[in-house]
Design a protein around this ligand. Structure first.
Ligand code: PLP
Length: 467
């Protein structure tokens, strides 16, 4: 195909067709420019990018925060200097998590980079104790941990498969079964029995790999783009915690998408829905809502146990990247988090999000022929689409239903995220993750547009003979 000139100068998406652009935002709305005509429309940002937004767009208090932070901070190179703001942000996270959960943090620029660093922190943790045989990472099938090489290696999706020839060795990146009750719980099995089966299989896997070689077990607390917000069954995460303790393995939770207030009724960590305060992870990665889309910041949090090894061994953390602990980003993120706390927005998100999920379920389940499941917690929900709701048959991959519904939602005035691959490389879902500031009226509008868009696509599929 001959292309006369590139449609875009930016190396993302399809370079020939380009992409829609966002010009401005206000509250829960963004202005989107059509990629062909340039026409601008104001739509509801139901997904806040990739579950990034917490405070809404154009918040005047954040603009003041940013102005002050620009005046107050100066760049510090992390190999030589620290800064008070990185320290204060770590203190905020520690103070607003269950007592004793975390003891130190590394602030990075993205979730992918955080997982990369978490793998290195884990390896060094074992090596400092003379356990350098612990080099295997057990993560889950159908998981996503970011787009860098290490993060893709512990992930499992078409995004990782494409790069498989250049990833970490597969005998080092072991995959356990995903936890997806809608798809994998047998009809004659209770949720409890399904959870026990997964944990038994995981224990067998650890033993087969040799626990002496297993460094960590890595799980998305509430998986998002990968599986579509499947809440872990009661006892599942505590069971993994117990296996980690039994076999001396690091428990690494990825809360980049679901954490930092998105799914916690008044607090920060999603795992507090499923684990007792004393059962928290040894390592946790966070991102997205930490900077609420205003600054590029993510992080790695470690428990007192992990920090202790580094202090006892007098070990220097190997690796200081230029923008780690960036003072400006840390100060802005800290003030944003303080504002979220002051306005009690995570509790608002939890209440409004659960209402939104309930409404979407009421409007679609049993009414739309293509809605198989509606699931989520607080501010993070998914709708899974199927060709047949009785058999759960998936749509032909070529129909790309998740993205099609996403595009219709955008045409109808709402961003959602369309995804494919939640079931053995097939299966379609959309994700919803609005700002924490949403009102009852906002989530009712979101649910209405989702209903309208799903029914519109369903009607078109019938007309096309696909249903
Ligand atoms: C669970 C999870 N981990 C890691 C990442 C990677 O984060 P980033 O895109 O900031 O690199 C994502 C991104 O969506 C994610 O959902």
């Amino acid at each position: 195909m001959t292309v006369e000139k590139p449609a875009t100068l930016i190396l993302t998406g399809n370079l020939n067709t380009g992409t829609r652009t966002v010009s401005k935002g206000s509250g829960i709305h963004i202005n989107v420019k059509d990629k062909k005509t340039g026409a601008e429309r104001t739509i509801i940002d139901g997904m806040t990018g990739a579950a990034v937004g917490a405070l809404g767009w154009g918040d005047s208090a954040v603009i003041d925060i940013i102005t002050e932070a620009a005046k107050e901070t100066v760049y510090s190179y992390p190999a030589l200097f620290g800064n008070d703001y990185a320290q204060q942000l770590a203190q905020f996270y520690i103070d607003n998590s269950p007592p004793g959960a975390f003891a130190a943090a590394l602030w990075t620029g993205s979730g992918s980079e955080s997982n990369e660093n978490a793998l290195k922190i884990t390896y060094q943790y074992w090596k400092e104790q003379g356990k350098s045989k612990k080099t295997k990472f057990i993560s889950r099938k159908t998981s996503y941990h970011g787009y860098t090489i290490g993060a893709l290696s512990i992930g499992d999706s078409a995004r990782a498969t494409y790069f498989s020839d250049i990833l970490l060795k597969s005998d080092q990146c072991i995959k356990m079964d995903e936890c997806h009750p809608y798809r994998y719980k047998k009809d004659d099995e209770s949720l409890e029995e399904y959870k026990n089966r997964l944990l038994d299989d995981l224990e067998k896997l650890i033993l087969a790999e040799d626990p002496e070689t297993v460094a960590s077990i890595i799980v998305e607390t509430l998986p998002g783009s990968s599986l579509g917000t499947c809440p872990p069954p009661p006892g599942y995460l505590p069971g993994i915690r117990r296996l980690c303790d039994k076999y001396d393995i690091i428990f690494h939770l990825d809360e980049v998408m679901c954490g930092t207030g998105r799914c916690n009724n008044g607090g920060l960590n999603c795992w507090e829905n499923f684990l007792e305060p004393g059962q928290g992870p040894d390592i946790q990665v966070v991102g997205k809502t930490l900077g609420s889309g205003y600054v590029t910041i993510a992080g790695v949090l470690v428990s007192p146990k992990v920090k202790q090894v580094y202090t006892d061994k007098n070990a220097t953390i190997m690796g200081a990247q230029t923008y780690h602990g960036h003072g400006f980003n840390c100060l802005v993120a800290l003030k944003i988090q303080e504002r979220i706390k002051e306005l009690n927005l995570t509790a608002n998100m939890f209440k409004m999000g659960n209402y939104m999920g309930e409404l979407v379920g009421q409007k679609l389940l049993g009414k739309s022929k293509i809605t198989g499941d509606v699931r989520g917690i607080g501010g993070f929900w998914s709708v899974e689409f199927v060709k047949n709701t009785d058999t759960k048959e998936v749509f032909d991959v070529k129909l790309d239903i998740g993205h099609r519904i996403q595009d219709v939602c955008i045409d109808n005035g709402l961003t959602v995220m369309g995804m494919q691959g939640s079931f053995k490389g097939t299966g379609d879902h959309i994700l919803i993750a609005p700002s924490f500031i949403v009102t009852k009226e906002d989530v009712e509008k979101i649910a209405d547009i989702i209903e309208k868009s799903v029914l519109q696509v369903e009607k078109a599929l019938i007309a096309e003979g696909e249903l």
